[in-house]
Design a protein around this ligand. Structure first.
Ligand SMILES: Cc1cc2nc3c(=O)[nH]c(=O)nc-3n(C[C@H](O)[C@H](O)[C@H](O)COP(=O)(O)OP(=O)(O)OC[C@H]3O[C@@H](n4cnc5c(N)ncnc54)[C@H](O)[C@@H]3O)c2cc1C
Length: 392
């Protein structure tokens, strides 16, 4: 489905091209059969299917723990998200959360922790969640206050987490909590907490414009054994940032998938819709829209796969990932809006593809670092280089 010419770009190896085509075929056969009316059931079904299809192996690191490679390949994760997003926002969500939710274990887990969780994540038998945000700590995440107090050889968690994707259906939550070794970001540790642990409650299910499982969690004297801490004490913030670093570029890729689908839908509709004696695509005003949409998509794709390729070379991508995330999510919003416009009244009818895309794209400009946060990151990098070298 859709234009796949970008697979010829030099950022990719043959294995990437093969994977993207195979996944596109797989998704055409396996995604439409999932009833998305009940998002909990749909997500469970999608995770199980993605696991059975072998796709979730790419979301975890380490072959001995069920991963497809020793480290997570960013280009692979991006191609998977782009492809799934073109088919279904929920399928992309199900894949992405298995990676984000278990990423801290892949990066910082002990051999025992990895063996316990990662193979089940990779097979689609355990659903993962990443619990960082709090009601009073979103963009300013170092302000988080959920506390983990050392007690009798373990930890006791008290506090709240909110906007937790997969909240309510996850089998485990990677939770970042204040252990207080130092103020701010230097006093946070990471823990893996199984669903069903006494003291962990789903305080509220949150409904959003693009429905997926989402919840506010409450920890009340929630006792966690010492061997559930991920990494060393006070390393939690670093682990959270490293996890987000792996997956930030893939948010851009998901936006790209949504935008590509929107352009496909815009081309299809404007080529068939008749008005004023010709098809909608015959008007130059329409052609200008289509040209801008395609150019926005290619610019975003170039930035996305530059960042992914660069990360796979083992190089830092702070600036490149921020540029990709900002350009791809903001660009996709514009592309999708143009597609809705071209569809006319039908574009806002509930359930048509462009109406769904219009809702699917919005949160991507907010989570994993809002656009404003990406702007600050890019400017900080620019100014640091300029101050150090007097140049970009
Ligand atoms: C659908 C969805 C799923 C999510 N899933 C998860 C999850 O699984 N796990 C998790 O931990 N969190 C999750 N989040 C939370 C997400 O990471 C936060 O929403 C995000 O970090 C922004 O925090 P906030 O909502 O508190 O907004 P705020 O921090 O209140 O920010 C509000 C706005 O302020 C602006 N802003 C931010 N910083 C600056 C600045 N320095 N200067 C000027 N303006 C600024 C931005 O426009 C931002 O949108 C999810 C959120 C959504 C919407």
């Amino acid at each position: 489905m859709g234009d796949m010419r970008h697979l010829d770009w030099p950022f990719f190896e043959e294995r990437h091209r093969r994977l993207a085509r195979e996944l596109d075929d797989w998704a055409s056969a396996n995604v439409p059969g999932v009833d998305e009316h009940d998002v909990d059931a749909a997500c469970r079904a999608l995770v199980a299917r993605l696991g059975a299809g072998g796709w979730l192996r790419h979301a975890v690191a380490g072959r001995e723990h069920g991963g497809s490679a020793e480290t997570i390949d960013t280009r692979t994760v991006c191609l998977i998200r782009e492809t799934l997003a073109r088919h279904s926002g929920l399928a992309d969500f199900a894949f992405a959360m298995q990676g984000l939710g278990s990423g801290a274990i892949s990066l910082a887990g002990t051999a025992r922790q990895k063996a316990e969780y990662l193979p089940r994540v990779a097979r689609g038998e355990a659903i993962a969640a990443f619990a960082l945000s709090e009601p009073e700590a979103g963009s300013d995440v170092a302000a988080l206050s959920c506390a983990a107090r050392a007690d009798g050889g373990g930890f006791v968690l008290d506090g709240e987490k909110t906007w937790i994707s997969n909240g309510g259906i996850a089998d485990f939550y990677v939770v970042f909590a204040r252990t207080g070794e130092a103020p701010g970001s230097r006093g946070i540790s990471a823990f893996v907490v199984d669903a069903g642990t006494p003291g962990l409650a789903i305080a509220e299910r949150i409904e959003v414009i693009a429905p997926h499982p989402l919840a506010r969690l409450r920890f009340t004297a929630c006792r966690v054994p010492a061997d559930r801490r991920l990494g060393a004490a006070a390393e939690g913030f670093k682990i959270a940032m490293r996890t987000l670093d792996v997956f930030r570029t893939s948010v851009a890729a998901a936006a790209l998938g949504f935008a590509r689908r929107a352009l496909d839908e815009a081309l299809a509709r404007s080529s068939s819709r008749q008005m004023f004696g010709q098809r909608l695509a015959g008007f130059q005003l329409t052609q200008a829209k289509l040209a801008t949409m395609a150019t926005t998509i290619d610019s975003a794709a170039l930035l996305t796969y530059r960042a992914a390729w660069q990360r796979d070379q083992g190089r830092s991508v702070t600036r490149e990932a921020a540029m990709a995330k900002m350009a791809a999510t903001e660009g996709a919003q514009q592309v999708i809006d143009a597609a809705v416009q071209l569809w006319g009244g039908l574009g806002v009818a509930r359930g048509v593809p462009v109406e769904r895309l219009y809702r699917d794209i919005r949160a991507l400009r907010i989570y994993e670092g809002a656009t404003e946060v990406q702007q600050l990151i890019i400017a900080r990098e620019l100014l640091r280089d300029f101050d150090a070298h007097g140049a970009r």
